[in-house]
Design a protein around this ligand. Structure first.
Ligand SMILES: Nc1ncnc2c1ncn2[C@@H]1O[C@H](COP(=O)(O)OP(=O)(O)OP(=O)(O)O)[C@@H](O)[C@H]1O
Length: 193
């Protein structure tokens, strides 16, 4: 099977390299969990997949036409903008068949009036139900109550098999429950200056 993503000896960072060289392949159907200590570069590696951090060397190849859904660690919301949850989902291209009851009940509510946890679930659902073949989730359990974490776990376990997920999390039980593979980013090489 052709990988959705192939990282070959990449070094990534911002003004300076933070991490690398890293080689990695991501295939449809898998959930790759990035773990490791604070500041080891999990989010930076995740951001390199969406082009938000800088590639210093190596190559990052994407399958032709690859669409990426991204849920950030601190997602931005437009406050004061009269956008309903239903409209937000429509804009993201999400297929709302099977929309969880917790989100169904929020369909008419404005996005800027949702709680942090409600918005977190909404943005993750929008990624998973979108046409994206690759979904990147940075700390997806943030703000979620136990029922929300359980729902997220079920969504990931019952994911589409044409889709791959790469996620960052510190929650070991959650990681064990949803990932098909884990990478401890703390063990990867960090460039020295
Ligand atoms: N926008 C940025 N510009 C410059 N340096 C950054 C930027 N974001 C992160 N860094 C640095 O890159 C390094 C890795 O940060 P990163 O956020 O990838 O770590 P992490 O493993 O995701 O950490 P955490 O578990 O605390 O979220 C850190 O030294 C951090 O200070």
């Amino acid at each position: 099977m052709t990988p959705l993503l192939t990282l070959d000896e990449v070094t990534v960072g911002y003004r300076k390299p933070v991490l690398g060289p890293v080689s990695l392949k991501v295939h449809a159907g898998e959930v790759l969990g990035l773990s490791g200590s604070n500041g080891c570069g999990k989010s930076t590696l995740l951001k390199s997949l969406s082009g938000e951090s800088r590639l210093f060397s190596g190559s990052l190849r994407k399958a032709p036409g690859l669409q990426i859904g991204l849920q950030k660690q601190h997602p931005a919301r437009l406050f004061g903008f009269p956008l309903s949850t239903e409209e937000y989902l429509r804009l993201t291209g999400a297929d709302n068949t099977g929309l969880p009851a917790r989100l169904q009940s929020l369909r008419r509510q404005r996005v800027d009036s949702l709680s942090g946890g409600q918005f977190q679930l909404l943005s993750i659902w929008a990624c998973l139900a979108s046409p994206a073949q690759l979904v990147l989730l940075d700390e997806p359990t943030n703000n979620l109550d136990p029922a929300g974490v359980q729902l997220l776990l079920e969504l990931l376990v019952n994911r589409r098999h044409d889709q791959a997920v790469v996620l960052v999390s510190h929650e070991q039980d959650f990681m064990a429950g949803v990932t098909t593979r884990q990478l401890d980013v703390s063990t990867l090489h960090r460039p020295e200056f």
